[in-house]
Design a protein around this ligand. Sequence first.
Ligand code: SF4
Length: 223
Amino acid sequence: MSRDKKVSIITIKVIIIYSVYFNAHKVYKYIFKLIIDDSMEDSIEKIKNMAIEKGANSVKIIPISDISVNDWVRQKCEFGCRQYGKRFACPPYVQPPDETRKRLKEYSKAMLIEFTDLKERGEWREIQKNMASLEREAFLSGLYRAFAYYAGTCRLCDVCPAESLENSSLFDKKKCVNRRIARPSMEGAGIDVFKTARNAGYQIDVVKDENMCFKSFCLLLLE
Ligand code: SF4
C-alpha cells in the first residue's frame, strides 16, 4: 500500500472516531440535561406543594424578567415608612435596587407565593418562618441558589436591635438575632410588588381600610 493511501485511511479513521465521540458526547450532554431538568421540576413541584400546605393561597413560577425593580420603590421606604432603619431587613441595611437587578440576573426563575385573607400584620411572622423553611427545602433538593425575599418588613422579633442603634453602619447587620432566617424585604430591595404580581396574572389592589383583609406576596428565587 502506498504511503499516501495509508495516510488517507488513518485520516478517515480519526474523523470517524472524532465524530462518533463528538456526537455521543452531545447525546450524553442532552440526556444529562434532561435528567437535571426533570429533577429540578420535581423539586419545584415539591416546594410548591409545601407552600400550599403551609397556608399559601397560590403559587406561580415566574420568569425572572417578570420581577420589576424600580428606584422609586426604595424611595418609598426611605420617605414615608416608619420601619426605615428600624429593621435589619429594611433600608438602609438591604441592598439598593441596582444591586438587586444584578443579583436577579443570576437566576432564571422564581416562585411567587400569594397569601390571602390576612387580618393582622402579626401573621407575617409565621409566613416569614414558612418562607425560610421553603428556601431550606429548595436548597436541600438541589436548588442550591434558592433565596427568599419577604413581604414587607421583618417581623421575626418583637423588637429589632436596629431600633436602638446610634450612628449605625451596614456592619451592624451582624447584630440581627435571627441571621439564619432573616431575609430582605422585597420593597426594601426595590422590588415593585404590585407590578410583579400583576405581571404574573394576580389581582392586587391598594388596601384602603386598615380593618380590611389583605393579601401579601413573597418571592423565592430558584436555580
Ligand atoms: S430577625 Fe429580628 S433582629 Fe433580625 S432583622 Fe428581623 S427583627 Fe431584626
